[in-house]
Each structure stands twice: as structure tokens, then as C-alpha cells.
Design a protein around this ligand. Structure first.
Ligand code: SIN
Length: 475
């Protein structure tokens, strides 16, 4: 298992030789000790990236694409090994970890195809005096900062388009789950990536690390996935150097079930939208608005499905929900549920923390919640589903939009015309219409309002990592 920093194609200890422990959140056992990067290491990584980027940008797009394609293949060939690493450091069930590897690897395959399709344009100036040539060179050095909930996919979703476009990267993987990131670094080199194009520097001092990376003169862009709170801090800091940014931030997704919905399908969709990857996703349904005519049936069936979930160590057979990432996460979920119950919410199933070892919280469904209650104002990031009843369509849309977040929304109805009309009125970057999952490397992932800036994946994802240059010429 690789536990050193990757800088300029070499594995090395940090400049201060410090290390930090990585824990399995299901057992609280220490599973590895990883080299802790310092500000000097962040600077050295930016230096290496700046040196390597020029030659990388000059390689043929096909050659870059082929390296990405080989990385996809290597990740697929190593699915079991990578999935075990994810389950070890994150805790999610092995089946979900395998699913994450397929998802994460697909960003390399998708962008291996996009690498050869970065198109510009040619036009004639309205005056007829000259031509307007537009093309898209790479940005340069990109700093990538990712969260622990998808130890592989949150990195590859940024890294693959960045590399395809001809950039070099400096990655700060999450402190909680650095091992998968380091293994992907090894696979990239096995696939033929030149030294210095990707640098991976775990750290214990995120703030100082980020300052050093942003202040390096070669750094031109920051791509971050994480909370809105941290995103705002990084945006302000990036503004000091007028860096380009892509921000995938928090969510507070409404999940709306109309009275004409197929209730069984809505419950299945709710299970996916809430519980995918142990309920620790920013796309997770956070507020369930259910029409009064079907609320009792929906809540009963949803609570039954939630109580059938087996929580436990992701390596154990039959487990479908792993631990939360740490004790703080369990405490904050429990606090939200306790406060909601104190304010009149009923507990249809679950509630209450589970004894350790491990950081577990039981799948929980809350009834009798009102829109605007405290729990509807927080991103829960755990297996808790507050159900709110509604009768009026305009009111439910207003309530769904009554948040600064706008990442995802879900709508269930048998009437496609109504479904599309309501979807268009929800202020969110991604809508699941009669579907509980929206994430797809071939679709533009990203949020409106304080859920983020820019899009990842699809055709547009790669252009986030490009500049636009226009050449006025008269031939
Ligand atoms: C996230 O939770 O940040 C991403 C979820 C996804 O890609 O589905």
C-alpha cells in the first residue's frame, strides 16, 4: 500500500517527515500511517506540475487520450483491490465501493474520448475586415481538493478532464481517505503518464497547504468538491490571485411525490436518492415532500424499506449501509434528529446513535416535519429522511426552492407533462424525474445558487479546464 507523497513522479516522505493515521470508521482501527505534506511539499508539487505541464500540453490529444484510456482499463482490472481500499478507509459496503470504481474509472474513459474533441471556431468579423479564430488551450496548473465521501470518483471527475485538456494537477486528497488516491496515482504512472503531470500531497494542515498552492505563480485554477462553507473560504482565497474555479458544493435536495405517483417506484427512488453510498452524498434527498393523499402509504412503505437496511462493516455480507465517517458526523446527525423530535417530529423508524466501535447511525424516517423546520435547513449527510406533507403544487415548489442550495431535486409523478413543468421550476442543477439517481459522467454535474459554480462531466466538463483564446487575423 503506497503511503508516501507523489511529487514529480517520485514517492517521498514530507519535508518534515511527519505522518498521520488513517482509521477504518467501521472499527476505529488504524489501518495506515500516511506521509503528511507541508507547505514546502505543496510548493514543490506546484513546481513539478509547472515544469511537466508544458510538455504534456504539447503531446498529441490522441496520446493523452490513450493514457487516460489505459488508466480506465487498469482501474477496471484492479476493481477488487481498489474497492477493498475504499471500504477499508471509507467504510461503504464492498458492492458500493465496486460501483464507485466503475463510476470513477468511467471519467477516464469518457475524457479519453473528449480529449480529441476540444473544438474551437472560425468566423468572419461583421466588418469583413478579418477572421476570428477561437481555440481552447489548457489552463495550466490545476489545484484539486476533494472530499472523503467518494475517495476515487471525486478525484477522477476533476483529474480526467484536466489531463485530457493538457493541464497538470496538484491534488490534496481528503485526510480521512488518502489511500485510494495514492493507488490511483500509481496506476496513472503504470498507464504511461509522465512524471510531474499529477502530484498527490496528503496533508494534516489543509489551510496552510491550500495557501501555498494558491500562491504558487504557476497555479491558474482551483477545482473543489465539499461543503459550501469551505467553498466560500476557498473562493475568497482564490480571488486573491484571480484563479479560475469550479466549485461543487453542498446540497439540500427536495424529493417531491405527487398524488398520482407510482408509490412503489417512489419508495425505490427514495431509497436510492437517500441511501446511495451510505447516505453520504451531496446529491442525497434531504427533504421529502409527499402529497397528503399518499403520505401515509409512502411513509409506511419507506419506513419499512429503511428498517430493512443492515448497517455494519462494509466487508460483511448483507450490509447495505456502512458507518458515518467519524464520531462528529454521528453527533451532528443525532443532534438534528433529537431537535426535530423535540419540535414535534414523529420517528417512524430509527433514531438514536448506535454503540461502537464504529461510527454508526440507524436509517431513520421522521414524520410530521414542517417546511422551514431546522432539520430542513441543514444538509443532513446521513441516513435520515424528514417527511413533509403538502397539498398545493405552487406551495411545494416554493418550499422546495426555499433554500440557498440548488444541487439536485427529485420529482415523482405519472404525468410526464406535470413532471417536466415542475422540474423546470425547481432551482437545481440536476433533476431526477421518476429516478433516484442523477450522477453520470456523460451528464453535466453541478449546482445552482450556493451549490456551486461550473459543471463536471459531459461535453462541457472539459472546457472548464480550458482557456478561450481568440486570434484576429486577416489572411
Ligand atoms: C458528491 O456527493 O459530491 C457527489 C455525488 C455523485 O457524484 O453522485
Amino acid at each position: 500500500m503506497q503511503t508516501q507523497l507523489l511529487i514529480d513522479g517520485e514517492w517521498r516522505d514530507g519535508s518534515e517527515s511527519a505522518r498521520f493515521d488513517v482509521e477504518n470508521p467501521a472499527t476505529e482501527d488504524v489501518i495506515a500511517s500516511v506521509a503528511a505534506g507541508t507547505t514546502e511539499d505543496a510548493t514543490a508539487a506546484c513546481e513539478a506540475a509547472a515544469q511537466a505541464q508544458v510538455a504534456w500540453a504539447a503531446t498529441a490529444p490522441r496520446e493523452r487520450g490513450e493514457i487516460l484510456r489505459r488508466t480506465w482499463q487498469l482501474m477496471i482490472d484492479h476493481t477488487d483491490e481498489l474497492a477493498r481500499l475504499i471500504t477499508l478507509e471509507h467504510g461503504k459496503p464492498l458492492a458500493d465501493a465496486r460501483g464507485e470504481i466503475a463510476y470513477a474509472a468511467e471519467f477516464f474513459r469518457w475524457n479519453s474520448e473528449e480529449a480529441v474533441r476540444i473544438h474551437g471556431s472560425l468566423g468572419t468579423a461583421p466588418s469583413g475586415a478579418n477572421r476570428i479564430v477561437v481555440h481552447h488551450p489548457p489552463v495550466g496548473v490545476v489545484v484539486i481538493v476533494t472530499p472523503w465521501n467518494f475517495p476515487a470518483a471525486m478525484i477522477t471527475r476533476k483529474l480526467a478532464p484536466a489531463l485530457a485538456a493538457g493541464n497538470a494537477a496538484v491534488i490534496k486528497p481528503p485526510r480521512e481517505t488518502p489511500l485510494t488516491a495514492l493507488r490511483i496515482g500509481e496506476l496513472l504512472h503504470e498507464a504511461g503518464l509522465p512524471a510531474g503531470v499529477v502530484n498527490i500531497v496528503p496533508t494534516m494542515s489543509s489551510g496552510a497547504w491550500f495557501d501555498a498552492a494558491v500562491d504558487h505563480p504557476a497555479t491558474r485554477m482551483v477545482s473543489f468538491t465539499g461543503s459550501t462553507e469551505v467553498g466560500i473560504v476557498l473562493l475568497k482565497r482564490s480571488a486573491d490571485r484571480v484563479l479560475k474555479t469550479v466549485m461543487e458544493l453542498g446540497g439540500n435536495a427536495p424529493f417531491i411525490v405527487f398524488d398520482d405517483a407510482d408509490i412503489e417506484a417512489a419508495v425505490q427512488g427514495a431509497m436510492v436518492a437517500k441511501m446511495r453510498h451510505s447516505a453520504e452524498t451531496c446529491t442525497a434527498a434531504n427533504r421529502f415532500f409527499v402529497h397528503a393523499a399518499v403520505a401515509d402509504d409512502f411513509t409506511r412503505m419507506f419506513a419499512a424499506a429503511m428498517s430493512d437496511i443492515r448497517i455494519g462493516n462494509g466487508f460483511d455480507d448483507g450490509v447495505t449501509c456502512g458507518p458515518m465517517i467519524n464520531a462528529k458526523a454521528v453527533a451532528s446527525i443525532n443532534e438534528l434528529v433529537t431537535a426535530a423530535a423535540d419540535h414535534g417530529a414523529t420517528i417512524a423508524t430509527g433514531g438514536g446513535a448506535v454503540d461502537g466501535p464504529g461510527h454508526f447511525y440507524p436509517p431513520t424516517v421522521l414524520g410530521n416535519v414542517r417546511s422551514g423546520d431546522d432539520i430542513t435547513r441543514h444538509e443532513i449527510f446521513g441516513p435520515v429522511a424528514p417527511v413533509i406533507t403538502f397539498e398545493d403544487t405552487d406551495q411545494v415548489i416554493a418550499d422546495a426552492n426555499d433554500t440557498e442550495m440548488g444541487l439536485t431535486g427529485y420529482v415523482f409523478t405519472r404525468d410526464l407533462r406535470r413532471g417536466l413543468a415542475v422540474s423546470e421550476r425547481i432551482q437545481a442543477g440536476m433533476i431526477g424525474l421518476n429516478r433516484g439517481a442523477v450522477s453520470d459522467p456523460a451528464a453535466p454535474f453541478g449546482g445552482m445558487k450556493q451549490s456551486g459554480l461550473g459543471r463536471e462531466g459531459a461535453g462541457e466538463g472539459i472546457y472548464e479546464f480550458c482557456e478561450t483564446q481568440y486570434i484576429a487575423t486577416d489572411w
